[in-house]
Design a protein around this ligand. Structure first.
Ligand code: PLP
Length: 419
């Protein structure tokens, strides 16, 4: 039996009905250049189901008001909806308390918050901060900024040819100078899922806190922050079928309590006088100004949606798609997969001999296929493999085996034309 028919049997067994799911995503029905849209750019952002779109619409149609300080009905309703999303997220990642869930604009802002707030308070000259060679720029630059300011040193765990972290190098690197570790849970350009539990265990044996960039993990892997024992975890709503402009920072309460505010303004204060300002309690100390209320409510709806289908079912379906796509494109001569780690999320990066990834992307676009080409905000990964860019197909809960076939046929045509 082929991988595709095995998968069909398996999906029937688990009750995973991709055609039913696709009906919830109106955008997938459209044609692009006269061809049915095949959306394989889910690592950049995922599409939004009707349930999320309806939640956004309902907020603006029926309860738009500013939150927290209003006594009127609309404000109370909006506050309740906003705070109920916080509780959903707390449960979704199994945080100990809702005061550990801070709303931000996304992963980028969450990491900057920690780098600026924690780093400003605790980093000193000569300290070492460890990241990895496969980080997204948003988990590199914030640490460079604070290292520069504090004269601390950024150290980088290398990756091997398959795209896995060289753990022994990490073991050699960590020492009494290490003050913080920030690593990606799953890589957006290679697909690698990192051994984060092992990293955290080793870090904690040196009393070093760990931040996980879970931007790509959150919609593929069940996250339990207590089980992982991570100190901080960052993710974006838009990669989890939710709206853009909303994200989460999870932090252990003892860290958050001791960290100074990141931004000042309304809502983050308990009392303001010109002499001194007292800060609000957690999590509001870190949520200055009017937040993205609609986005937060939309993210809550996205979590409801994902949980209703079951993240484990989604993940196992996506793994089948990845295996099928990997097998199919491995059969194409003149194509090389970049990122062949044993444990991967459904991200497939590749390069074609003699064809620039931008040409691959443009050609596929005319076939209706949306993939991403470029450095994927991971320029050091491109440097590691001595390539300028890759083409990347990334699969979400609504993609099908037939769509993989469309991608593969498109690639075959490109290889014929350019080969
Ligand atoms: N980290 C990883 C691994 C990512 O893939 C991304 C986005 O692609 C980010 C961080 C940044 O996320 P955002 O732009 O939503 O803040």
């Amino acid at each position: 039996m082929s991988l595709k028919s095995d998968a069909a049997v398996q999906s029937a067994k688990t009750g995973y009905d991709v055609n039913r799911i696709r009906k919830d995503f109106p955008i997938l029905k459209q044609l692009v250049h006269g061809k049915p849209l095949v959306y394989l750019d889910n690592a950049a952002t995922t599409q939004k189901p009707l349930q999320v779109l309806n939640a956004l619409e309902k907020y603006y149609y029926t309860m738009n008001a500013n939150i927290h300080r209003g006594v009127h009905a609309l404000s109370q309703e909006a506050t309740e909806a906003y705070e109920s999303s916080r509780i959903k997220i707390k449960k979704f990642i199994n945080a100990l308390g809702k005061n550990e869930i801070i709303f931000t604009r996304g992963t980028t802002e969450s990491i900057n918050l920690v780098a600026q707030s924690y780093g400003r308070k605790y980093f000193n000259e000569g300290d070492e901060i460890i990241i990895s060679q496969m980080e997204h720029h948003s988990n590199i630059v914030p640490w460079q900024l604070i290292c520069e300011e504090k004269k601390a040193k950024l150290r980088v765990i290398p990756i091997d040819d398959t795209g896995e972290l060289v753990f022994e190098e990490f073991e050699k690197m960590i020492n009494e100078k290490t003050k913080f570790i920030s690593v990606v849970y799953a890589s957006n350009s290679l697909g690698t899922v990192n051994p984060v539990k092992q990293i955290i265990e080793l870090a904690h044996s040196f009393n070093v806190p760990v931040l996980l960039d879970a931007a790509q993990a959150v919609n593929h892997l069940k996250i339990d922050v207590q089980e992982l024992d991570c100190d901080f975890l960052a993710f974006s709503g838009h990669k989890l079928y939710g709206p853009t402009g909303i994200g989460v920072l999870y932090g252990k309460v003892n860290h958050l309590e001791n960290m100074p505010p990141y931004q000042g303004g309304g809502d983050m204060i308990a009392k303001v006088t010109f002499e001194k300002t007292l800060y609000n309690e957690l999590p509001y100390k870190f949520e200055a100004g009017t937040p993205n209320i609609a986005g937060t409510i939309g993210l809550g709806a996205a979590i409801d949606y994902v949980e209703k289908i079951g993240l484990d079912k989604i993940a196992s379906y996506e793994n089948e798609l990845l295996d099928y796509a990997t097998q199919k494109i491995s059969e194409l001569s003149g194509l090389k997969i970049i990122g062949t780690a044993k444990n991967k999320i459904s991200v497939l990066s590749f390069v074609l001999e003699n064809v620039h990834p931008h040409d691959v992307g443009t050609f596929l676009d005319f076939e209706g296929v949306a993939i991403r080409t470029g450095h994927h905000c991971t320029q050091p990964v491109m440097d590691r493999y001595a390539i300028p860019a890759t083409s990347r197909a990334s699969f979400g809960m609504y993609n099908t085996f037939e769509e993989v076939d469309v991608l593969v046929n498109g690639l075959k045509k490109i290889l014929e034309v350019f080969g």
